[in-house]
Design a protein around this ligand. Structure first.
Ligand SMILES: CC(C)(COP(=O)(O)OP(=O)(O)OC[C@H]1O[C@@H](n2cnc3c(N)ncnc32)[C@H](O)[C@@H]1OP(=O)(O)O)[C@@H](O)C(=O)NCCC(=O)NCCS
Length: 176
């Protein structure tokens, strides 16, 4: 059982469940153009609620019963301020784990994503996952730079967005 509240490896952040009161803050973070460049932006507050619900209970909504998602808001431990979101999911009967995070632009460059990835790796070990899987858009240099510090680059993958744009992802794995 994964606890609701998770303190990160370096003790600066606290992950906790999303609540209704977080909706506007999360909406503002996700819809900032600098964030939306690489992540899906919500069109409304309702989108945020739905995504949080979906992530928290994906097993009920997903057609793939093998996927179980977890979603938390990322807060500064000292002040409680919400500075982003993160999620992880298990697949292949818990043998594999994927993840993602999205942080407010005002806190970029402080090593928080690095701290989050360390925490996710620790969580994967605790859950006895065999493989951790991550990926980032080739143009999202900061993101794949962080992945590359802890995980192994396994190749690039092209896919076409609904608007016809071709995106290149850099994929990373860590085997335990
Ligand atoms: C990507 C993101 C999570 C990074 O968060 P962060 O807290 O700023 O990351 P950190 O401070 O831990 O580390 C950033 C690293 O990237 C490096 N970096 C940042 N911008 C860079 C750039 N343009 N080119 C090269 N390196 C860059 C930093 O130097 C740092 O590396 P270092 O620790 O070796 O010096 C954050 O920008 C974000 O939330 N972006 C929007 C959503 C997103 O892209 N999420 C990830 C999707 S895969």
């Amino acid at each position: 059982m994964i606890p609701e509240k998770i303190e990160t490896t370096r003790g600066r952040l606290l992950l906790r469940y999303f609540t209704e009161a977080d909706t506007q803050t999360v909406y503002d973070i996700w819809s900032n153009p600098a964030n939306a460049r690489f992540m899906d932006a919500p069109e409304s507050l309702e989108d945020v609620r739905e995504l949080a619900d979906w992530n928290n209970g994906a097993i009920q909504h997903s057609t793939n019963k093998d996927i179980m998602c977890h979603f938390r808001v990322v807060t500064l431990k000292e002040t409680g301020e919400v500075i982003g979101t993160c999620r992880w999911h298990f697949k292949k009967e818990g043998k594999e784990m994927g993840f993602g995070y999205n942080l407010a632009e005002k806190v970029w460059g402080r090593g928080y994503a690095t701290e989050l990835l360390e925490t996710i790796i620790a969580l994967a070990k605790k859950c006895e996952v065999k493989k951790l899987i991550g990926g980032a858009d080739k143009e999202n240099v900061a993101s794949w730079h962080i992945l590359g510090k802890y995980m192994n680059f396994v190749g690039e993958e092209n896919y076409t967005e609904s608007d016809g744009r071709v995106v290149v992802d850099r994929n990373y794995e860590l085997n335990f």
